[in-house]
Write a protein that binds this ligand. Sequence first.
Ligand SMILES: Cc1cc2nc3c(=O)[nH]c(=O)nc-3n(C[C@H](O)[C@H](O)[C@H](O)COP(=O)(O)OP(=O)(O)OC[C@H]3O[C@@H](n4cnc5c(N)ncnc54)[C@H](O)[C@@H]3O)c2cc1C
Length: 431
Amino acid sequence: MSHTDKTTVAIAGGGPAGIMLGLLLARAGVDVTVLEKHRDFLRDFRGDTVHPSTLQVLDELGLAEELEKRPHRKVTSLTVGRSGDPIVQADLASLPGRFPYVAMMPQWDFLDMLTDHARAYPGFRLLMNAEAVGIAEEDSAVRGIRYRERTEGEDGGGREHELRAVLSIAADGRDSGLRDAAGMVPTELGAPMDVLWLRVPRGSADPSGLNGSLGEGAMAVAIDRGEYWQIAFLIPKGGFEAVRAEPIASFQETLLGLLPFLGDNVREIDDWSKVAFLNVTQDRLERWYRPGLLAIGDAAHAMTPVGGVGINLAIQDAVATANLLSRPLLEAQSDPDRFAKTLNPELLARVQRRRRMPTVGTQAVQQLLQRQVISRALAADAELPLLLRAIGGTGPWSAVIARVMMYGLRPEHVRSAAVATPAHGGAGPPA
Ligand SMILES: Cc1cc2nc3c(=O)[nH]c(=O)nc-3n(C[C@H](O)[C@H](O)[C@H](O)COP(=O)(O)OP(=O)(O)OC[C@H]3O[C@@H](n4cnc5c(N)ncnc54)[C@H](O)[C@@H]3O)c2cc1C
């Protein structure tokens, strides 16, 4: 049996884009319902880099102190090396602003922190185990989201519901089903690599922070997660079967060659079942909206892991969307005929106009690094890429690239009003 429910904004996807937008809209007094298909945020295949631009947004929301209380590590240096010799050593501590570092926070902790805060606003509702399965459509406009309740471990079945909304948001990530249901098809930009994702215990004498390493025909990035290294091992696109055909011992040797500090701990990877395969894509929608529907975050533009910028772009999209739309949504909320009307699509176009340049620019930087550094490392090109030599020096380019990657091309600031008051006594709207 199904039933119909109503909200002002229905958001598919409880990732960084969806949760941050839900928080900001609820804070502005807009009723919002976020649908997340999983029962919690505890998934391993998520990045954990919270960049200075996002830290700034958290500070504007009064959450900087809250972040300090939660488990995270501050990374102020970024090293990319070859055969143990550093090529790039970026010192983030010299960046301008109050947060000259990357906070490494498991994404589940980051999302828990945002939802804990968002739940204190009366207009915020988060439905877990709720999978968006399609759009509700009338007169060529999207009028809401159809979703079904998932029960543990099942993929089909479950009760189906309709959530009517003035505006629906596709924030359901790079494989967005809502975007597909709305007939919006992204343009593939391509990526030369896929990623193998694995954990190796961290020894007490190990370095810290983010450590990238270029080899001949291989490349890896080790992310310091305290007790263990989260390792992204890059392979040529589509090359997993060939890598897996090798004995696990030779994979261990390659890893050790790239990241010598792993030492004997590398033997923990004694079976391919401990190595997960992640397909890397990069794409972008030509048009991020349809009447009644807006795509943000990876649903509008899938980012590759290069530079660890995807979460931060998703957050910036959410901030820009709330800045531009919270007032018209608040007005629409008081209209008794709101569910038969369509929010002016020109407002949605403004969000795309605002966020298109930083998206295209960041994807272009990712493409450049992929072509110049990753493809060449994976092709066993012994010559050090010109780009790395340029970044590796102390010249102005290293500072420019570090700044673009850390702050983004158009950092957003929270401008949407804080109308609603959180129910708890914690961080609330600024006075
Ligand atoms: C291997 C790899 C490593 C990466 N590492 C980093 C990194 O270190 N730092 C970084 O900034 N970025 C990283 N990225 C990119 C980053 O993960 C994304 O850009 C970012 O998470 C996008 O946020 P989002 O909210 O748009 O989408 P997502 O984070 O993908 O969130 C989408 C959410 O929607 C939910 N969902 C999906 N379908 C439905 C549905 N039908 N109904 C309801 N809910 C649904 C999902 O469960 C998920 O919670 C990495 C990407 C890859 C592939």
